[in-house]
Structure formats: structure tokens, C-alpha cells
Design a protein around this ligand. Structure first.
Ligand SMILES: [Zn+2]
Length: 315
């Protein structure tokens, strides 16, 4: 064989090997966590009972904006077919007041993110924000805090919003709608691992997807328990398989602490097995939320048709 042809062949084989290796590493391989993460449920439950007062009677979900990502972006090795996902906001109905978990997006943040907004759903969130005693966020990404930052009454609502120190420190990185002047004098919540913020509601620190990521545990008055994981897991499949988003997404777009997320997925997997009655709610899993709605455990929409309240209309 001619020496140039041989060199060409070797180069081609090398390219294939390197290329397929890179493809495997970037798209197919999930990896195993080096670190460990643990949720102490006894401690969480103790904290959930630590603040006196009535626990939430009901949990509502607004389906604010549907979107989709390629399978591999959601879970390494899951192919390129699009996976339907949803941006949610949740409302906790206490007997005397309401609290919110995440706020979805507004028309502005939906346009930035190129997702199709359900305007009516987003308007319900804006209306609820006006009256919420507290609003907490699973993390500081636009699809979770955009509803607050884009609210017409944002300045009035910020004092009632509970942002962790880490979320507050990283707001500007992820939100074009962030105006520091609105937060003048704002004191974020500093906590170590767990923080009770209302009867039955406990924050669980879970940095990795973003520095300010946290999960929100909710125990209802009837004893039903929920764990909102935020984007530690976009779907239940991430928890069941303990597989992360592809490196292509986490390394170059999300800039995650991948090892921390893998450790959290392993902990959630163990928790799901140990606590079969705990309703784990991943960040964007439309199937899980729909099933909880069908089971009567989550109410779809912030307003029920029978007592529909006046709402806010985007200009
Ligand atoms: Zn998200």
C-alpha cells in the first residue's frame, strides 16, 4: 500500500475513534457521582412541623409554557426525538393565605426563551403573586423566577419573595429582566442545609444545576407529602435511571456542577424507593404533574372555574 494512502487511512480511523469517543462522552455517557448527597427526611419532617400554624390544604399547578428538548439534552443517551416538557408554577393554599413555589415566565421571558406562553396561565401567576404571603424558587433560572421579575408589581412583591443567598448572588447571570435597583435593601435567606419557611414547607439546599438550586418539601394538612425537586431532575426518568442531561448540555450551555447533580439524582432514587408515599415532582415533567392532577393530589390551575377570581391581563 502506498505510504500516503496508509497515512490517510490511519488519520481517518483516528478521527473516527476520537469522534465516536467525543460523541460518547458528550452525548451518551452519564457518569457516576464521586460525591454523595443525602436528604435527612427525619430532620425535614421535624422542621415541617416546627412552625406553628395550619399546613397547606391544597396545591395548585399552572402549566405556564410548554416546550421540548431533544431526548439527549434531557437524559444522556436518550436519542434525538423531542421530549415534551412544561414550565410550571405552584400555589399552596393555606387556610388564611397563599404561598408560591416558582413563578414561570412572563411574555418577555417567554420571548427570550423562545417558548410559547399560555397567557392565561401566566396571568393567573401574576395575579397570585400580588397576594402571596411568600414566594420561593427552586432556583434562579428565568423559567422559574421570570414570573416575579417580569411582574408589573415586582417592587412590591420582592420583599415577600424568599431568595436564598446563593440565588440572590447569581440572579444577574441568568436573568435579562433583573434590575438590581428593585432589590435595594433586600435581605436574602442564609441557611445551611434545611430551612423551614412556613407550616409544612421546608427548603432543602441542592446546589449543582445552579449555585442556588434547592428542593422544596411540602407537607399538607392531610399528611400528604410532596418534594419539588426543581431542575435537579427535569423528568422522573432522570431519577429512575440516575442519569444526567448529556454533557453537551451541562458543560457548554448550563455550566452545571455535574457531579453534584449526579449525587442528588442518586439520593432522589434512594429516597423514592425508601419513601413510596412521597410525591416527587421533577422540574418539568408534564406526565408526573398530570398524573398527580388526575389523582386529585394537585389541582390544575390557580383558579377553579366555579370561583374564578378576576385576573390580571397583560398589556
Ligand atoms: Zn427549568
Amino acid at each position: 500500500m502506498n505510504k500516503w494512502l496508509l497515512r490517510g487511512l490511519i488519520a481517518l480511523v483516528l478521527l473516527l475513534v476520537i469522534g465516536s469517543g467525543a460523541y460518547w462522552w458528550l452525548v451518551l455517557e452519564s457518569g457516576k457521582p464521586q460525591s454523595t448527597y443525602m436528604i435527612d427526611m427525619a430532620q425535614v419532617r421535624h422542621l415541617a412541623d416546627s412552625i406553628p400554624g395550619d399546613k397547606p390544604l391544597a396545591i395548585h399547578a399552572e402549566h405556564v409554557a410548554p416546550f421540548s428538548f431533544a431526548g439527549n439534552v434531557v437524559l444522556a443517551g436518550d436519542g434525538w426525538a423531542q421530549v415534551p416538557l412544561m414550565i410550571f408554577a405552584y400555589k399552596l393554599d393555606f387556610p388564611q393565605y397563599i404561598g408560591l413555589i416558582d413563578t414561570g415566565v412572563t411574555p418577555r421571558s417567554a420571548a427570550i426563551m423562545k417558548v410559547t406562553l399560555d397567557r392565561e396561565a401566566a396571568q393567573h401567576v401574576v395575579y397570585a403573586l400580588k397576594f402571596a404571603k411568600f414566594t420561593v424558587f427552586t432556583h434562579e433560572h428565568m423559567d422559574h423566577i421570570g414570573g416575579l421579575l417580569g411582574s408589573p408589581w415586582v417592587k412590591l412583591e420582592i420583599p415577600r419573595a424568599i431568595l436564598s443567598t446563593e440565588q440572590f448572588a447569581h440572579l444577574a447571570e441568568y436573568n435579562e429582566d433583573y434590575h438590581p435597583e428593585f432589590f435595594a435593601g433586600y435581605k436574602p435567606l442564609a441557611y445551611d442545609k434545611y430551612a423551614a419557611i412556613a407550616p409544612g414547607v421546608v427548603l432543602i439546599k441542592a446546589p449543582g444545576h445552579t449555585p442556588g438550586s434547592q428542593m422544596v418539601y411540602v407537607k399538607r394538612a392531610d399528611g400528604q407529602e410532596f418534594l419539588f425537586t426543581g431542575d435537579v431532575a427535569w423528568t422522573m426518568r432522570n431519577i429512575d435511571t440516575m442519569r444526567e442531561r448529556a454533557r453537551l448540555a451541562t458543560q457548554f450551555f448550563l455550566h452545571e456542577d455535574r457531579d453534584a447533580v449526579l449525587a442528588e439524582l442518586a439520593a432522589l432514587n434512594a429516597l423514592k424507593k425508601a419513601e413510596p408515599h412521597l410525591h416527587i415532582v421533577p422540574g418539568h415533567d408534564i406526565g408526573v404533574v398530570t398524573n398527580l392532577e388526575k389523582a386529585g393530589l394537585i389541582v390544575k390551575g390557580f383558579h377553579e372555574p366555579a370561583n374564578a377570581a378576576p385576573t390580571y391581563t397583560f398589556k
